[in-house]
Design a protein around this ligand. Sequence first.
Ligand SMILES: N[C@@H](CCC(=O)N[C@@H](CS)C(=O)NCC(=O)O)C(=O)O
Length: 208
Amino acid sequence: MLRLFDYLDSGNGYKVRLLLAKLGLAYELVELDILKGESRTPDFLAKNPNGRIPALALEDGTVIAESNAILYYLAEGTRYWPEERLARAQVLHWMFFEQYSHEPFIAVLRFWHRHGPMDEKRRALEPEKRKGGEAALAVMERHLASRPFFVGTAMTIADIALYAYTHAAADGGFDLAAYPAIGAWLERVSTDAGHVPMLPDDYVVERT
Ligand SMILES: N[C@@H](CCC(=O)N[C@@H](CS)C(=O)NCC(=O)O)C(=O)O
């Protein structure tokens, strides 16, 4: 059986959980408390030398790390990975955008606000992080103003990659009311077949 090493409050982990649910794939969830360094143990570093979740262990024990690489692996041959060459390149375009221009701002601010500590150094960095996050949201808003999903007319793993932290952006202090096309897209993604929420209703946020 597939084994997913994860931390429930991680949007990167949620991307993988969301796709696994939509594909109806069974897996064992192995929760690591990243706030207590459990992704930095020798045992886990042997699985992902970068010491970060999510990581997916396949049936033969091979481990895939990096959320978007895992999405690609799982989506091959499904309706979430287009057949056409240009569309596949466009999906990758948005997945690279997510990792370079979106996640480092929106996910990082969310993490700092939720888990702390919001110390002096982080407070000084916050305006730049916010500026980067707003720029990413503006790019998404412009793109989504004239189309239902990031690529083509149906959901792909580009939407899953971008949904994970965008839908939770308010946790980092971003106001999505200013982005109506993003709001409509979030609604489309969350009502697509097989959707699951990121966290259980009774989830308690842990602080460092
Ligand atoms: N680019 C990686 C980022 C993974 C990442 O930053 N994981 C965080 C949680 S969201 C983590 O494991 N942090 C624990 C640590 O750095 O020790 C991906 O997309 O999977």
